[in-house]
Design a protein around this ligand. Structure first.
Ligand SMILES: NC(=O)C1=CN([C@@H]2O[C@H](COP(=O)(O)OP(=O)(O)OC[C@H]3O[C@@H](n4cnc5c(N)ncnc54)[C@H](OP(=O)(O)O)[C@@H]3O)[C@@H](O)[C@H]2O)C=CC1
Ligand SMILES: CC(=O)[C@H](N)C(=O)O
Length: 259
């Protein structure tokens, strides 16, 4: 039974990762800003599955909070001060958000926060985890990107494009070791994401349809266990990725946010 650290574990896909990993007997470290919701999830999963669940409240747009989570990820186990801590065997970099504002008229502080959470924190936490995983020669990194990474859909898409290339590059570097890197590229999935972004789901009619969070997470975990580098749940979103990757960029730009 290994330990998984999940960022954004209080809601949406992160909560689903926590539930499915707990059901599969993983101990958990849950990271998000909302401590109360994290505590509720921890109580639910300890009671339901008898696993150990650490609650690690952190705002991943704040460097000191990221550093605190990175220190937890760097734990190898057995060292002074680490007696009660097990090394993390699976890091799920999941926390993320988008805004409905356009770049030009939106707040640059919000843009900066998006980069902090979906790019800088992903890099720092991945680096902390990979170090101890290579020392133990086993572990897995699962970064949550988006199909949007292949679009010209704003700074959110740009951040996800970074995570896509970063994760593929990491997989190349880790090849031949006992550590794997997987990029999950979900399509539109029913979570709190759009409501939080001020975009009611009812206002979105994605041509490729909506996905269920449980299905997305089951697919991602199965792919990560097999060491698959690019995990894109559902045939229709695999087709969407193929279309976006092969279409002329002027056509992709014309679509903007793929829907
Ligand atoms: N839903 C979708 O259609 C798609 C989502 N994705 C990606 O999936 C990932 C999960 O999103 P999803 O579950 O849908 O969204 P939700 O809004 O349901 O959940 C987002 C999670 O991220 C956490 N979070 C947000 N900001 C911070 C922060 N500053 N520090 C720490 N945690 C934070 C939230 O917790 P808290 O508020 O407590 O901090 C929450 O647990 C994201 O990376 C998103 O980009 C990709 C493609 C499609
Ligand atoms: C599909 C996504 O990543 C995101 N939910 C969006 O609305 O673009």
């Amino acid at each position: 039974m290994s330990t998984a650290l999940i960022t954004g574990g209080s809601a949406g896909l992160g909560l689903e990762f926590a539930r499915q990993l707990a059901a599969d007997r993983h101990d958990l470290v849950l990271v998000a800003r909302n401590e109360e919701r994290l505590k509720q999830v921890a109580e639910e999963l300890r009671a339901a599955h008898g696993v150990a669940v650490e609650v690690l409240p952190a705002d991943l747009s704040l460097p000191d909070d990221v550093e605190r989570v990175a220190r937890r990820l760097a734990v190898v186990g057995g060292r002074p001060g680490e007696e009660d801590l097990r090394p993390v065997g699976l890091l799920v970099n999941n926390a993320g958000f988008a805004t409905s504002a356009s770049f030009a008229t939106g707040r640059v502080t919000t843009e900066r926060r998006g980069i902090d959470v979906m790019v800088k924190a992903v890099v720092e936490l991945t680096h902390a985890a990979v170090g101890q995983m290579l020392e133990r020669d086993r572990g897995a990194i699962l970064n949550v990107g988006s199909v949007a990474a292949l679009t010209a859909g704003g700074t959110y898409a740009a951040a996800k494009a970074y995570v896509r290339t970063f994760t593929e590059s990491l997989a190349v570097e880790l090849k031949g070791t006992g550590v794997t890197a997987t990029l999950l590229s979900p399509g539109f999935t029913h979570t709190e994401f759009h409501a939080r972004a001020g975009i009611p789901e009812s206002a979105i009619v994605p041509g490729w349809g909506w996905l269920d969070a449980g299905y997305v997470v089951r697919t991602a975990l199965a792919d990560a266990r097999r060491g698959v580098v690019l995990s894109t749940p559902s045939v229709r979103y695999k087709v969407a990725v193929a279309v976006l990757r092969s279409a002329p960029r002027w056509a992709v730009r014309a679509v903007g946010k793929y829907r």
